[in-house]
Write a protein that binds this ligand. Structure first.
Ligand SMILES: [Zn+2]
Ligand SMILES: [Zn+2]
Length: 311
């Protein structure tokens, strides 16, 4: 199974426009950026997970064909606002050659998405329901490829948030890839167990005293990863919301909350929040090793291509 990370930033991308913090200033200086969420998965079929608002640029960048199905994790704008960009696949075919793309989301998510994109249903997209614990029906899903939605808790507003576990039959056994979507926790703790690869949301390094964003920090991901033990873990949905020592003006911004109890290294010192791809990668390797987790962590970046092979 091949993965292409279309976008690996959070809801406003990185660097965030007008953000004066040390992370965003540094990213501007070195020319590094992350677009909003999006993941392409290609095995028995082509799956597009979370068509975010940067979808057009991502499809062009990777030169991607029509997906066989679209999976939406929840009804926050950064995870579905690119749906209209899929019209290019329909517009450039004769009408009789077009088949609508099956699109899956929870009932609660569809109630929100339909208000904005109802005009796409039936013509561009086939509205399909994703129910936690029930393998997706129709579309490309069948004996060789299955996908089971996992109920996640992403705070009180997006009531329909889901993760997905995709099983692609490769050789003798299915290759299992999990995608958490945005979450503070999952309501089905065992559902992400036994994966070959987990794409895990990682919005902060330290858990903030007030998690206003309702996102997962690396700190709070550690006990989950220790329980799930995926063969590999890729972190996505990075932000600039960690408090940065020495950046006090930015630390006073609305979006920043100090950690109540920061993640500490074995010497009892708080880890320094990373700012860019290289320091994020070095930090997650160190944090996981310090906590006894041998999981081959990878901080994904936009355009990263990864092949997942059976172990
Ligand atoms: Zn998000
Ligand atoms: Zn969200």
């Amino acid at each position: 199974m091949d993965l292409i990370f279309l976008g690996t930033g959070g809801a406003w991308g990185l660097p965030e426009h007008q953000c004066p913090c040390a992370t965003c200033s540094h990213l501007r200086a070195i020319g590094e950026s992350r677009t909003r969420p999006g993941l392409w998965l290609e095995g028995a079929a082509r799956l597009l997970i979370d068509p975010g608002p940067d979808l057009r640029a991502q499809l062009v960048r990777e030169n991607l064909p029509r997906p066989d199905a679209v999976l939406i994790s929840h009804e926050h704008h950064d995870h579905y606002l690119g749906l209209d960009d899929l019209l290019c696949y329909r517009r450039n075919l004769p009408p009789e050659a077009w088949r609508p793309i099956p699109a899956y989301a929870s009932q609660a998510a569809w109630e929100q998405i339909e208000r904005r994109f109802g005009y796409l249903l039936g013509s561009l997209l086939e509205r399909r329901l994703a129910t936690p614990g029930e393998p997706l029906a129709g579309g490309p899903f069948g004996p060789g490829l299955s996908c089971t939605p996992v109920k996640t808790d992403h705070g009180p507003v997006p009531k329909g948030s889901l993760g997905y576990v995709i099983s692609d039959l490769v050789g003798a056994r299915p290759l299992k890839v999990g995608y958490t979507g945005d979450l503070t926790r999952t309501l089905e703790p065992e559902a992400f167990g036994g994966l070959d690869l987990l794409v895990c949301q990682c919005h902060f390094l330290h858990e903030p005293a007030h998690n206003r964003a309702n996102h997962l920090s690396l700190q709070n991901a550690l006990p989950l990863l220790a329980r799930w033990r995926p063969g590999r873990v890729c972190f996505v949905h990075l932000s600039c919301q960690d408090f940065l020592p020495g950046d006090e003006a930015s630390n006073g911004m609305l979006k920043k909350y100090a950690p109540a109890s920061p993640l500490l290294d074995p010497a009892g010192r708080a880890y320094v929040p990373p700012r860019d791809q290289a320091s994020w990668q070095a930090t997650v390797e160190r944090v996981l090793a310090d906590h006894g987790l041998d999981l081959k962590p990878l901080v994904a970046h936009d355009g990263l291509r990864l092949s997942v092979e059976p172990a």
